[in-house]
Design a protein around this ligand. Structure first.
Ligand SMILES: [Zn+2]
Length: 138
């Protein structure tokens, strides 16, 4: 409601609309009254994070049967956010591997390896603060 839909410039990307299915847009859901509205959109791909969330929801019995999608209106925004997440994952992972190598160069030991791997794991997990799922066709 707050945001006016932006006019698309002439460079609007062609997307694979063939993938589109009916579901609840993960971005629309956070706006308005918060009630899930069914819309046509690009399906969210299942990955390990979605798997964990689904498992947690099953355990807490808050699972929704709706299919998650990204609607056409949010496709550009989603692409940008997903790109940002992928970039931070690469950067954090790169820093982690760099630190692991430094630790091993300073002191080649099993302790350094474990410390370095824990650091790498911590950084990769931290990168998931910006987690955005992949959507098919975007
Ligand atoms: Zn949307």
């Amino acid at each position: 409601m707050r945001q006016k839909p932006k006019e698309e410039g002439g460079h609007a990307k062609k997307r694979h609309t063939a993938h589109m299915v009916r579901g609840v847009c993960i971005h629309c859901n956070k706006e308005g009254d918060g009630k899930p509205k069914l819309t046509q959109g690009y399906p969210i791909k299942d990955d390990y994070v979605i798997g964990i969330i689904r498992w947690l929801k099953r355990k807490t019995r808050t699972e929704q049967k709706n299919r998650l999608v990204v609607c056409e209106k949010h496709a550009d925004e989603h692409e940008k956010k997903r790109g940002g997440f992928e970039r931070s994952l690469i950067i954090y992972g790169g820093i982690g591997i760099f630190l692991l190598v430094i630790l091993l160069l300073l002191n080649l030991s099993f302790g350094s390896l474990i410390a370095g791997l824990l650091l790498l794991l911590f950084l990769v997990v931290t990168a998931h603060i910006k987690y955005v799922p992949k959507a098919e066709g975007i």
